[in-house]
Design a protein around this ligand. Structure first.
Ligand code: CO8
Length: 261
């Protein structure tokens, strides 16, 4: 982690890798150098066999205040189109094998909100400030915000948020189903997120990977295709060692299951 300038990588608990966005002077604005480091660290954690869940956090004041506006302001259409600007940013995080939890405190605006929504589970403080304020800059969300927010909270609320650029609270995010849980302050948030990541990291890796995969498929497939997909993956887990370990442990009333992972 020492080679990074914009992020910090830590191991807060057994099996848990944590990446903290750390560009405090710019409220963690998502610059190209930051994203390169983030993608590199995500890939390393995803490939590290000792990591089984990934936590993505910011500071108490800001998860991330968006794409770096100062970097983006001179961008032209031809440059954006020819480099497929932003596409690369979301490819890594949405294709990880291991579950990701975003822990949001303070601002999660624009690309920051989009990044948080790319995680598998979103936790936040009650007073976190989410929003897609791109309209105020003469653009629109560009990293999936209009799609992921709408799938999470529905069309009317999403339209209102994206067309007005106004923020919504962590409390709203939970009420609307965007966030899984809220916490009263930053410390509680980080504790709760680490605990959940630790619980997930304690389960058999193949089952965790399969569970993440089938839930994600629900966002892409029709119900009948999704149910069939789930059943096939369910069948496949009977080829794993940990299915035998887990079910034998239950049948023999073993409390402390030793997973093979
Ligand atoms: N980009 C660059 N610098 C930023 C950004 C940003 N998004 N946000 C804050 N900063 C910088 C400020 O310029 C300031 O720097 P300096 O001290 O050098 O002037 C420093 O961070 C502190 O910010 P403020 O002084 O503004 O702090 P305040 O507490 O007064 O205000 C706000 C905090 C309300 C968060 C305010 O900074 C703000 O409105 N920021 C911009 C929010 C925004 O519009 N975000 C959306 C950006 S567009 C976008 O994200 C497009 C998405 C495309 C996809 C991205 C893929 C992941």
């Amino acid at each position: 982690s020492q080679q990074y300038e914009n992020i910090i990588v830590e191991r807060p608990a057994d099996g848990v890798g944590q990446i903290t966005l750390h560009r405090p002077k710019a409220l963690n604005a998502l610059s190209t150098p930051l994203f390169k480091e983030l993608n590199d660290a995500l890939q390393n954690l995803d490939q590290d066999p000792s990591v089984r869940a990934i936590l993505l956090a910011g500071s108490e004041r800001a998860f991330a205040a968006g794409a770096d506006i100062k970097e983006m302001k001179g961008l032209t259409f031809s440059k954006a189109y020819s480099t497929n600007f932003i596409q690369l940013w979301s490819t890594t995080i949405t294709n990880l094998n291991k579950p990701t939890i975003a822990a949001v405190s303070g601002y999660a605006l624009g690309g920051g909100c989009e990044l948080a929504m790319m995680a598998d589970i979103l936790y936040c403080t009650t007073d976190a400030k989410f929003g897609q304020p791109e309209i105020k800059l003469g653009v629109i969300p560009g990293a999936g915000g209009s799609q992921r927010l709408t799938r999470a909270i529905g069309k009317s609320k999403s339209m209102e948020i994206i067309l007005t650029g106004k923020t919504f609270s962590g409390e709203d995010a939970e009420k609307w189903g965007l966030a899984a849980r809220t916490f009263s302050n930053f410390e509680e948030l980080m504790k709760g997120a680490t605990d959940t990541a630790g619980v997930i990291a304690g389960y058999p890796m193949l089952a965790v990977k399969a569970a993440k995969e089938v839930v994600n498929q629900s966002q892409e497939l029709s119900l009948s295709e999704g149910v069939k997909y789930e059943r096939r993956v369910f069948h496949a887990l009977f080829g794993s060692k940990d299915q035998k370990v887990g079910m034998d442990a239950f049948a023999n009333k073993v409390k402390d299951v030793k997973w093979t992972h």
